[in-house]
Design a protein around this ligand. Structure first.
Ligand code: SF4
Ligand code: SF4
Ligand code: FES
Length: 247
């Protein structure tokens, strides 16, 4: 078995986008690195090896290494992916890495998704809008299991930015909420504790930044590394908007 796995080991070639926007001398370019593949090597391990042994100036982001924090998203051979859960054995020997488009570049493979997500969450009002003051003595209201599960599905978003980077509209229209923003809206719209009326939601969702800017080819649904049901989310929003217009 050992000799069989040794036979499968490959020599990988990386072409990695390099650019430091803070450095006036820096110009965008692809830099090549080479590495021997090891069993179950993830892109996280490969990039760390490159940084440790070949170029300590290489910038990229990681925190959890287990598809939870959302910080390691990058373009892997043209597809937005989480580097920590991408195995090199699932990729060809030539691996091209670029930073996610649609977000401000910090340097090399590192982008600022935090500012984008904070602004989006503020614009869509991504919190429970209550009209009554909080009463710590009030009885907790029960919630239907299926509804609680649907809300939980929306909350599984790790704000990695893959769906935004892979969306043609989000790339040309910076104000578009993107699939992640539409998912946030749907999550609060279906929550009975949020007291926003249909008209309030219509203002948020029906603008040029909302669901009607989406062309519906569902790249976001195919790309989302957490497999959120984005197709259903978009259908839900369109249905809700239609109903609120008919009323
Ligand atoms: S369906 Fe297409 S246009 Fe709409 S949010 Fe998803 S990727 Fe963007
Ligand atoms: S919806 Fe999916 S792809 Fe988009 S930010 Fe959330 S987890 Fe990432
Ligand atoms: S390092 Fe946290 S999602 Fe990849």
């Amino acid at each position: 078995m050992a000799s069989e796995s040794a036979q499968k080991r490959r020599h990988l070639r990386f072409e990695i986008f390099r650019y430091n926007p803070e450095d006036q001398e820096s110009t965008p370019q692809l830099q090549s690195f080479e590495l021997d593949e090891t069993p179950y090597m993830s892109l996280f391990l490969a990039l760390n090896q490159i940084r440790e042994k070949q170029d300590p100036s290489l910038q990229f982001d990681f925190a959890c290494r287990s598809a939870i924090c959302g910080s390691c998203a990058m373009m892997v051979n043209g597809r937005p992916s989480l580097a920590c859960r991408t195995l090199t054995e699932d990729l060809p020997e030539l691996i091209r890495l670029h930073p996610l488009p649609a977000f401000a570049l910090i340097g090399d493979l590192s982008v600022d998704t935090g500012t984008w997500f904070r602004a989006m969450n503020e614009r869509v009002g991504a919190w429970i809008h209550e009209q009554q003051a909080f009463d710590p003595n009030a009885r907790e209201e029960p919630m239907n299991d299926d509804l609680a599960q649907a809300i939980y599905e929306g909350d599984r978003c790790i704000e990695c930015g893959c769906c935004v980077a892979g969306c043609g509209i989000a790339n040309i229209q910076p104000e578009f909420y993107g699939a992640a923003g539409l998912n946030r809206i749907a999550r609060f719209m279906m929550d009975p504790r949020d007291k926003r009326e249909a008209g309030d939601w219509f203002e948020v969702v029906s603008s040029d930044e909302g669901v009607f800017a989406c062309v519906g080819l569902m790249a976001c649904h195919d790309i989302c590394p957490k497999e959120l049901p984005l197709l259903e989310v978009h259908a839900y929003l369109r249905r809700r908007m239609l109903v609120s217009r008919i009323r």
